[in-house]
Design a protein around this ligand. Structure first.
Ligand SMILES: Cc1cc2nc3c(=O)[nH]c(=O)nc-3n(C[C@H](O)[C@H](O)[C@H](O)COP(=O)(O)OP(=O)(O)OC[C@H]3O[C@@H](n4cnc5c(N)ncnc54)[C@H](O)[C@@H]3O)c2cc1C
Length: 822
């Protein structure tokens, strides 16, 4: 008799089993001295055992036995015969990673139920999908390998490998919805798990939204049915899948259900031990290294060659959640009736079922669930290359000089999603209000969007790390652990890092302020961060960082050429504890906004001091007596309500002396500090505006026919489009280079490249937007597209923040200086 050293096995006759294995399992020891049998603990509905047969000494052979549970079973459930069939076919004829199967025993006399024996895979199984303990690079690789493994099993040609009749192919979702709905009804109600009416509504919604492709049997193929990371065995060292396990629910059908099911942990936490935590990693925070759901999906689509499931994805996720809820309700009922296989933890599955139903509805109610297209530059491969290049904080990699790091890619994806969910759908509404008599009021939705942006961590992203640490130092002597304040201080990004994000915001004129990243507020906050004292920060910076108030910057004057700030005539005269401000300003952007509370005014405190020491900046409360907002100005007809560009007069405005920034005569110094990053932000946004224009241009060219063919087919269009792309890419590189230099060598040394970017970006954007308008014909000049507004904004930037000529002058001066040194 073979000694059995460990087993939780009720009905295994070990000697019979050993005898059977010796005959049917290739390589099984003929006369083992010991057999250790231990049951795997993690979630098998078909009991699964590790068999360790020793031959004496240290030699041990390992196998896995999987059997039906004992007792009376539902007819279609626990079909180990089907598991064996699919594993056998995949193992023999495909490269899909599955454990090798040795034998199927349908004779219940051997160990009491049918069973099969397969290879034991030496490797890693990750129970927790957040992959604790792994480095970000490894996490990324594990998810990438998961997507590839799923794609590989989906590519199996079932007809060629003998699985053509493994299940019905058509109407998979329809049948599954009916099946799990019946199951839910059967397992809920009086004396069972409570029935949730929202589940019945969910069934209804699903029945009405079954994708049309579901009825096409030719598209159906192998479906795993329970594809999750914890059903995969990974190589002990390498990040690749060596075995896909647990095929109990496999059949033929609609494969997108597998894909959606494998992403559910992004939305729901299924862990029955976490009684009050139901939120998935999208809400609780995606650990560094783990891709966004859309990235994982993009990896899958790219590996499987499947189209991006933009239109149907919501259904597949909702369906998978519904199925999960039904399974959990069943588990709960079995617990109530005293026969749950999950033990005591199953008592929590009723709560989980309700949480999953909630999650399904909130997913259904999302405006959009995927980006329009899978971004190929966000693919796992690209990111892995980047990780492999070294530290994930490095800005460059072998993939190219300007490749955003993972943190930025993740933030950028969130921003893109936000733009698609909230900004583009609201643009028309914002324009509508700005064309009514209520134009100088704020659209209530804008404030709501600001709150959402804050919650999503997309707030004050412009704020550079060094400025944030100065604020902490000044306000809290560097010892702050105020979490709320910390959340206001952005994401600790460099100018270069912000560049990738600011570009996305520039795609809509309405976007920047929603993220508290709009001009002139960012420049004004930067002034307060760099030059403000504690009191000034507390009074003005904090509400600005919170987005509760807005601000203006009043330098330009109608009567003098303000591109040369030494011309400024506004006087700031000291009288006791106050200053008296007198002057006329115009183009004070933001001053029309009802939320605007503070103006940074540039004027002269000493008309006799050296040329660049005469100017001072002072904080003026816009509500001070003597401040008169005269009128809004328009840019090519756009007044940018409710933000506006105002003409503002200051007549004997009395301002407390403590409102001076830095010191008397410090105005020029501050202006230089303020303008570097701010100018670059404009450039970054212009890249985004140009990108959007190209998109619109291409869309239009594909929709409209002239002289017998689509505009896109005309050679002149193609040539113009190509020129736009060339200019766009050149300019983006220049802007990124300028941002990088600003980070590395500072404002002063980077002034040449900053000037180049400031000249190049608006001119490029104007050329591209102009081309997009041309392709749209008359519509391009109308208010029916965003192009005319983007154009007006881009045109502004050949003048605002310094006209082209001034920047060209700077570039030429530096060039001549360089030449002189040669
Ligand atoms: C939409 C918009 C928003 C603005 N927002 C603000 C704001 O919030 N706060 C604020 O203070 N200002 C703002 N401005 C004003 C802007 O900064 C000024 O218009 C700009 O500095 C130029 O000053 P100016 O208009 O007085 O032009 P001028 O100084 O009169 O210059 C006119 C032209 O002279 C030529 N020129 C100037 N210098 C040179 C040179 N060195 N070499 C050769 N030619 C030269 C250029 O062609 C230039 O365009 C805004 C402007 C616009 C259009």
């Amino acid at each position: 008799m073979v000694p059995l050293t460990s087993a939780s096995v009720d009905d295994l006759n070990v000697d019979v089993l050993v005898n059977y294995c010796s005959q049917h399992v290739h390589g099984f020891p003929q006369a083992p001295t010991h057999l250790t049998i231990s049951q795997f603990g993690h979630g098998q509905s078909n009991p699964t055992y590790l068999l360790e047969a020793s031959l004496g000494g240290s030699s041990v052979k390992r196998y896995v036995l999987r059997k039906k549970p004992a007792g009376k079973l539902l007819q279609s459930a626990h079909a180990v015969e089907r598991e064996f069939q699919v594993l056998n076919a995949l193992g023999a004829y495909t490269l899909v990673p599955v454990p090798k199967v040795f034998c199927l025993c349908t004779n219940s006399a051997v160990i009491g139920t049918p069973f099969y024996i397969m290879e034991y895979l030496e490797g890693r199984i990750f129970i927790d999908p957040t992959l604790p303990g792994l480095a970000p690079i490894r996490k990324r690789a594990i998810y990438s390998a998961t997507a590839k493994a799923l794609a590989s099993l989906h590519s199996a040609d079932v007809d060629a490998i003998g699985l053509g009749k493994y299940g019905r192919r058509d109407n998979y979702c329809k049948r599954q919805v009916d099946r799990w709905a019946k199951q839910y009804l059967a397992s809920t109600g009086e004396g069972k798990s409570p029935r949730n009416p929202k589940m019945l509504e969910l069934v209804n919604w699903l029945q009405q939204h079954i994708p049309s492709e579901d009825s096409a049997s030719r598209k159906a193929s192998l479906v795993h049915g329970d594809f999750r990371i914890d059903n995969l065995v990974f190589h002990p060292i390498e990040d690749k899948v060596i075995g896909i396990l647990d095929w109990e629910l496999s059949t033929l059908g609609n494969q997108m259900c597998d894909v959606a099911y494998s992403t559910l942990h992004y939305l729901v936490d299924f862990d029955l031990d976490k009684v009050h935590q139901h939120k998935g990693i999208e809400a609780t925070g995606i650990p560094q290294g783990i891709p966004l759901l859309s990235e994982y999906l993009a990896d899958y689509c790219s590996a499987s060659g499947k189209p991006w499931p933009l239109a149907e994805w919501k259904f597949y996720v909702a369906f998978s959640l519904f199925r999960g809820a039904s399974i959990h309700a069943g588990l709960h009922s079995r617990w109530i009736m005293g026969n749950a296989s999950g033990g005591k933890r199953a008592q929590n599955s009723g709560l989980k079922a309700d949480a999953i139903i909630e999650a399904a509805w909130s997913y259904i109610e999302r405006k959009s669930v995927l980006p329009q297209h899978p971004a190929s530059d966000r693919s796992a491969q690209g990111q892995l290359e980047h990780f492999n290049a070294g530290s994930i904080n490095q800005k460059t990699s072998t993939g190219g000089r300007f490749v955003p790091n993972y943190k930025i890619v993740e933030l950028r994806d969130r921003l893109i999603q936000f733009m698609e969910d909230y900004i583009y759908p609201m643009e028309k509404e914002f324009y509508k209000l700005s064309n009514t008599s209520m134009r100088w009021t704020v659209h209530p939705e804008e404030e709501k969007l600001k709150e959402i942006a804050k919650q999503q961590g997309l707030w004050n992203l412009w704020l550079p790390l060094d400025s944030a640490s100065r604020a902490r130092k000044v306000l809290f002597d560097g010892s702050n652990d105020d979490k709320v304040f910390d959340q206001l201080l952005g994401a600790g990004l460099s100018n270069l890092e912000y560049g990738y994000l600011c570009e996305i915001m520039g795609r809509s004129v309405w976007a920047p302020q929603v993220f508290n990243c709009g001009a002139p507020d960012t420049g004004n906050m930067e002034v307060l961060l760099r030059y403000g004292n504690k009191e000034q920060m507390q009074e003005w910076l904090i509400p600005l960082l919170e987005g509760k108030i807005r601000s203006g910057f009043a330098m330009t004057e109608p009567q003098v050429a303000s591109s040369d700030a030494t011309n400024i005539e506004c006087s700031i005269e000291r009288q006791g504890d106050s200053y008296i401000v007198n002057g006329k300003k115009w183009w004070t952007s933001g001053a029309m906004d009802p939320r605007c509370k503070i103006l940074i005014v540039m004027g002269k405190t000493d008309f006799n001091a050296p040329k660049h020491k005469q100017q001072t900046m002072i904080l003026v409360d816009i509500r001070s007596p003597g401040v008169q907002v005269i009128r809004p100005l328009t840019v090519l007809g756009f007044d940018d309500a409710p933000h506006g560009h105002a003409e503002v007069y200051f007549e004997n405005v009395c301002v407390p002396a403590k409102n001076v920034l830095l010191a008397e005569g410090g105005g020029f110094e501050i202006a230089q500090g303020r303008l570097g990053p701010g100018r670059l932000h404009h450039c970054m946004r212009l890249i985004g505006a140009a990108e959007r224009s190209v998109e619109l241009m291409v869309l239009r060219a594909h929709q409209r026919k002239a002289f017998g063919k689509f505009i896109a087919q005309h050679g002149s269009f193609q040539s113009d489009l190509a020129k736009c792309r060339v200019e766009l890419e050149k300019t983006r590189l220049l802007v990124l280079e300028a941002a990088d230099q600003l980070d590395r060598v500072g404002n002063k040394k980077a002034r040449g490249i900053l000037a180049m970017a400031k000249v190049a970006a608006p001119n490029m954007a104007l050329m591209v937007i102009d081309m997009a308008m041309q392709v749209h014909g008359a519509a391009g000049l109308s208010g029916d597209t965003v192009l005319s507004h983007l154009y007006a904004t881009a045109r502004t930037l050949r003048i605002a923040d310094g006209p082209d000529e001034v920047h060209l002058g700077t570039i030429a001066k530096l060039e001549l200086q360089r030449a002189a040194k040669l």
